[in-house]
Each structure stands twice: as C-alpha cells, then as structure tokens.
Design a protein around this ligand. Structure first.
Ligand SMILES: [Zn+2]
Length: 134
C-alpha cells in the first residue's frame, strides 16, 4: 500500500491525510472517533508503539507489545465500520465509540465488535477500556 492509497480505517481519505499523521505523531486526534480509527490503522500497519502510547497511562504498564505485535501481524485487517459514537468531540472529555473491525485469521473472516471508552487527559485522547454493550 502506498501513501496515496486509501486509509485502512475506511474513512475514504488518503492514508497520508488521515491516520498516518497520527501514527507518525505529526498531529493528534481531536475526537475519540479519530483516535479509534487511528488505533485500527495502527493494528493494520503494525504501529505497535502507537497502540501503547494511546492507552490510558495507568494501563500502559500491562501492555504486552510482543503479543500485540503477533496478533496484529497474524491477522489480515480488512475493514472498519464505526456504528455509533457518543460525545468524544473536540470539546468533550469522555466519549464512546461502537465499532466493528473485520479481519481474516487463518483464512476465516472474523468480526471484532466493541464499545470502546475514551478519555482525554492533558488535551490528548486515550483508549481506556471496552465496555459492555447496553
Ligand atoms: Zn484513517
């Protein structure tokens, strides 16, 4: 995939104008959805450090970079659909994003559906945890 190609997150934007600038730390996501999308792209592109850096700081110590890298590499990431968002805008401090991430694992299509909670600290959005769906 070249830099001109479509972003893995499915926004329809070129990769360079979408998640790549976040993964390369040239810009910061302004909304919870942008952070969520960039984390999906980080899985798809193997940016493991970004996945750790965007975890809620207290959770970073428990991050298993090796296992995450293996999971990211072993699967072929085929698409993301954002189903719903609640708050998480530029002026908010908290937000949730409900999404489905699709990937091929050993040739089988899998869907990872998650309601993710995001929180802002010192002006930056972080991924906190998966919530039970209501
Ligand atoms: Zn993107």
């Amino acid at each position: 995939m070249t830099i001109q190609s479509a972003c893995p997150c499915g926004s329809g934007e070129p990769y360079a104008a979408c998640c790549l600038r976040f993964l390369e730390q040239r810009a910061e996501p302004k909304t919870a959805e942008e952070l969520m999308r960039s984390r999906y792209s980080a899985f798809a592109k193997g940016h493991i450090t970004y996945l750790k850096d965007t975890l809620w700081p207290r959770h970073q110590a428990g991050f298993d970079a090796g296992a995450t890298a293996k999971w990211a590499e072993d699967n072929h990431w085929t698409g993301l659909t954002v189903l719903a968002t609640e708050a998480g805008r530029a002026g908010d401090r908290d937000g949730t994003v409900l999404f489905e991430a699709r990937y091929l694992a050993e040739g089988r299509l899998q869907v990872h559906r998650e309601l993710s909670r995001f929180r802002k600290k010192a002006g930056r959005w972080y991924y906190v945890e998966a919530l039970p769906e209501k």
